[in-house]
Design a protein around this ligand. Sequence first.
Ligand SMILES: *[C@@H]1O[C@H](CO)[C@@H](O)[C@H](O)[C@H]1NC(C)=O
Ligand SMILES: *[C@@H]1O[C@H](CO)[C@@H](O)[C@H](O)[C@H]1NC(C)=O
Ligand SMILES: *[C@@H]1O[C@H](CO)[C@@H](O)[C@H](O)[C@H]1NC(C)=O
Ligand SMILES: *[C@@H]1O[C@H](CO)[C@@H](O)[C@H](O)[C@H]1NC(C)=O
Ligand SMILES: *[C@@H]1O[C@H](CO)[C@@H](O)[C@H](O)[C@H]1NC(C)=O
Ligand SMILES: *[C@@H]1O[C@H](CO)[C@@H](O)[C@H](O)[C@H]1NC(C)=O
Ligand SMILES: *[C@@H]1O[C@H](CO)[C@@H](O)[C@H](O)[C@H]1NC(C)=O
Length: 430
Amino acid sequence: MAIRRVFCRFQSLKIGVSATVAVYLVLTLVNFGFKRVVRSPRVVQNGESNLADYFEKFVAPHQQHLRKASGFPAKNESVFKELGDSKFSFSRTNNNRSNVLFGADVFADDSSIVNPPEMPPSLNLDEVPFMRDARFTRSKCPKTVSSLTKYSRWFRERFQPDIKIFLETSDVGVYSNYYKLLHFRQPFGFRMANKTKLTTIVNHPNFTDAPLNADGRPNRCLRCAVVGCGGILNGSGAGVEIDSHDYVFRLNRAISTGHYAEDVGNKTSFYTFFPESMHAQDVQDKNATFFYAMFKSYDLDYAINMLNDDTPPRYISRGKLFRLKKAKFDKRKLKIIHPDFFRYVFTRYLDTKANRPTTGAVVVFLALHLCDEVGIYGFGYDPRFTLHYYDKTFRSHTDKATALHDVDNERELWHKLHEEGVLRLFKRDL
Ligand SMILES: *[C@@H]1O[C@H](CO)[C@@H](O)[C@H](O)[C@H]1NC(C)=O
Ligand SMILES: *[C@@H]1O[C@H](CO)[C@@H](O)[C@H](O)[C@H]1NC(C)=O
Ligand SMILES: *[C@@H]1O[C@H](CO)[C@@H](O)[C@H](O)[C@H]1NC(C)=O
Ligand SMILES: *[C@@H]1O[C@H](CO)[C@@H](O)[C@H](O)[C@H]1NC(C)=O
Ligand SMILES: *[C@@H]1O[C@H](CO)[C@@H](O)[C@H](O)[C@H]1NC(C)=O
Ligand SMILES: *[C@@H]1O[C@H](CO)[C@@H](O)[C@H](O)[C@H]1NC(C)=O
Ligand SMILES: *[C@@H]1O[C@H](CO)[C@@H](O)[C@H](O)[C@H]1NC(C)=O
């Protein structure tokens, strides 16, 4: 996906900019210093088994301090579990401290709290349970992605249906949530991220943490297509089939104008991007919702400017000035992907030799969590086809390009998911 992403971008930004941005991306990936985890995903059932560990090792030592700060009795694990994880739903009203259970909201503007606790320890990515979406509702579709956990042990050990997908105001405003995010750097958490900027984002009038479907999950089976830019789509004539899905997910370069629509369709329900890959201008569909992936600290600035409807801030990296395109769409249709969701995809499904999941991997799992049935098109790096469906001349899949990310790992994952019956990988004979 990385190659795809780089080249997707390559095609579309103006030539000079694209080259420098590509170089920037390579340098960023090499130098970013994300915590490297070499272990395979640990087998955990919905985060239950390591919750106790996490509490004992990392939360309990802070209890004394937090209790002092909040003036409330120490809470035990079951209370934490209830409030910090699954059924978390308190709201802090009128500074009524009775409502503040685990960990006072110590980083908020509460002048009565003198000493905020120390920075939580930096942990391995699989040591902290994933947050749960309190508003999650199960699909009523008899055959859904979740039901595959009945038949596939591999999938059962990894899938957490109620994982938080989008960032909410309470992820920054409520300390027990924020605390968990402070163990990891972006994209897996907010360690080292500027709290003022995060607060600006989640409290912005154009930021919404309303659920995707205000009325809960639609009362029918949702069929979804995820469209990558793989050359396998060139000449496929799959456009009508793709558009026949309830939701169509696209990412990065998503050209669907003119004759491309025959091969890739032109419906876009959800478009996922990060600042350098933003091609909202390619999205024809006026009904699209936009999913934003924040990988690095600059992406917070970009988010603020997007919400303000300003042009993106410029930035200088290695002596080069970058000017990114302004995202032109209604910002109330913007959702920010939750850091835990990146961590979930990365630790549960990828072999974690890379530094982070690619946008493609994240989008496929977004679809698996939002839909009942998923087909993925233009994924899989088939060397018989050109790299991207919109290439003007044939481009091969080079080793140099694939070195950037662990592309083989992702290719294997798509095949594994196809084999396990979790999704359908679009394949084609010449
Ligand atoms: C923890 O708190 C819950 C709810 O307040 C209570 O029922 C339980 O007995 C407590 N457990 C321990 C070990 O104190
Ligand atoms: C604070 O909340 C508790 C429990 O929700 C309630 O019993 C109490 O009366 C509240 N106190 C104030 C001052 O609102
Ligand atoms: C965090 O962001 C705010 C607002 O942009 C800025 O004033 C402050 O200097 C930043 N803090 C750090 C430590 O960079
Ligand atoms: C795209 O497909 C057409 C035939 O369907 C073929 O003629 C053309 O060469 C392909 N483009 C590339 C870049 O491979
Ligand atoms: C999308 O494609 C359909 C045919 O596949 C066409 O009728 C429609 O006009 C296209 N819409 C846009 C916005 O291009
Ligand atoms: C956009 O959404 C509205 C309301 O859900 C619907 O009536 C309309 O047909 C949609 N338009 C397209 C192009 O999908
Ligand atoms: C929210 O976005 C709209 C455009 O979608 C913009 O006009 C407005 O200024 C933004 N609001 C704020 C408070 O920045």
